[in-house]
Write a protein of this length. Structure first.
Length: 245
């Protein structure tokens, strides 16, 4: 990645719609004129120390979880999903901008068989306008991000988790649902992208499952993590069976 820019993709991976996007002026999401936020540099360095990329290459199965704080706080992830060779590369309050910014350190060098990606409200927390406008802006970036990842990891399958619906941030629920709908469209014609809807895990259309969250209503508690594990585990089993066939 050169100065945080995403080059135009070719159409081989279904990425022809991804025009160039300069991220160098976006701060932690959506603030034109500010530098890319670097407040999570310490966490990124800690991930690099914990998981040397050179050691990952020899693992029989290789899965990287790449996202924000609900991944970062899942301390037992490696053990919970051990059979898939999981590494937890979640950091801070990551946005799609930051996932792109750090991909050449936390994603590309590892060349995983599968990358599980999740982002959500961090991306539109600073966006103005109604949910439809917020969702459109978020999806615009996701298209480019997925294209960038596809181009740089030509052998990797991607599990794209829908945004988590959180009782501590109900004002983002409508936006998150619209983003999920758009993600389905993005994934429809790109075989290496697997959309996985986790909205029903924490929201039934009328009530939030508060028992799956810690007191802030934003982060999953241990029961919530295990419930998410069950969903992702089933998806990973299917993908690795397909890879082996």
């Amino acid at each position: 990645m050169d100065n945080g820019s995403i080059a135009r993709m070719d159409t081989q991976n279904g990425a022809g719609i991804y025009e160039g996007l300069d991220l160098s002026s976006w701060k932690n999401g959506w603030e034109p004129g500010a530098p890319v936020f670097t407040g999570y540099e310490g966490e990124v360095e800690a991930i690099e120390r914990k998981y040397p990329a050179k050691d990952f290459a020899d693992m029989p199965l290789r899965t990287v979880f790449y996202g924000a704080s609900n991944f970062r706080k899942w301390k037992n992830m490696d053990a919970d999903l051990k059979e898939f060779g999981v590494q937890n590369h979640g950091f801070g309050g990551a946005t799609d901008v930051l996932l792109v910014h750090y991909a050449d350190r936390l994603l590309f060098p590892y060349a995983p068989d599968v990358a599980v990606i999740q982002s959500g409200s961090n991306d539109y927390a600073g966006l103005k306008g109604k949910p439809a406008r917020q969702a459109a802006a978020s999806l615009e970036l996701k298209r480019r991000m997925y294209g960038y990842f596809l181009e740089n990891l030509p052998d990797t399958r991607f599990v794209l988790l829908s945004p988590l619906l959180m009782p501590g941030a109900p004002y983002f629920t409508e936006t998150s649902l619209l983003v999920s709908e758009g993600m389905v469209d993005i994934c429809r014609d790109i075989p290496r992208l697997c959309f996985t809807d986790v909205a029903g895990l924490t929201y039934n259309g009328g009530e939030y499952r508060t028992e799956l969250f810690v007191s802030d209503g934003i982060h999953l508690n241990r029961n919530g993590q295990l419930a998410l594990k069950d969903i992702v585990e089933e998806v990973l089993h299917g993908i690795f069976e397909d890879i082996r066939s």
